[in-house]
Design a protein around this ligand. Sequence first.
Ligand code: XBP
Ligand code: MG
Length: 242
Amino acid sequence: MTMALAPASMRVEQVRSLLLRCRALIFDVDGTLAETEELHRQAFNEAFARAGMDWRWGQAVYKQLLRVAGGKERIRAFDRMRKSPQPLSDGDIAGLHQIKTACFADLLVKQGCPLRPGVHALISAAIARGQRLAIATTTSRANIDALLSAALGKNWSDLFEAIVAGDEVSRKKPAPDVYLEALSGLRLPGPDCLAIEDSANGLIAAVQAEIPVLVTRSLYFQDDDFTAALLVLDDLTELPVG
Ligand code: XBP
Ligand code: MG
């Protein structure tokens, strides 16, 4: 008598068959393609120090602040939390964030940040199957380029038919804007694609764009609510991608 498959392994099989037949894969960047948030946190602190500010974000504070998508928005949220008598202006925040982005690029060169386990294999297998690839992220195009030129070579962007960064849409995740923009670039409906994400904000954004979502847990979002995901894995090596 064959035992009914346990729900989890059914889901793995379901996601695997969806992975094989979807027309495009849409990747989140931070926490999904690579575990970048520790470098982002260090870059924020380096920028605060260079600006002569006494702000330092430890991991616990940063975990809370990561509920706010977007580095500029995160700085503003922290400033408001502090109720400082002279809140930072938008110009101050933009300037600080520019320094942070430069620090992030420096840290990537100094410390490196490899793709997460299974990411490269999935990208190669998808390309070999003729599937199309896209990126839908909150971070900036400069950060995507700094990360992926190191991880995938200087022509990395040739692999992705649509690349949508946070500052190129009016609303960041959990709004669906970056995913809707990626679907429009692919000229595909959401259900024909598969999104790979690491955070509740990203999951909510993709689901609103009617894209099925595979979640790979990352350092800062271990206890997020991923109920709406098709499947939640620790990383992509748990899913045969070939
Ligand atoms: C994660 C984010 C970003 C990064 C920092 O983006 O929310 O804000 O934390 O990058 P993803 P910026 O959607 O790829 O997970 O400072 O450039 O915003
Ligand atoms: Mg992410």
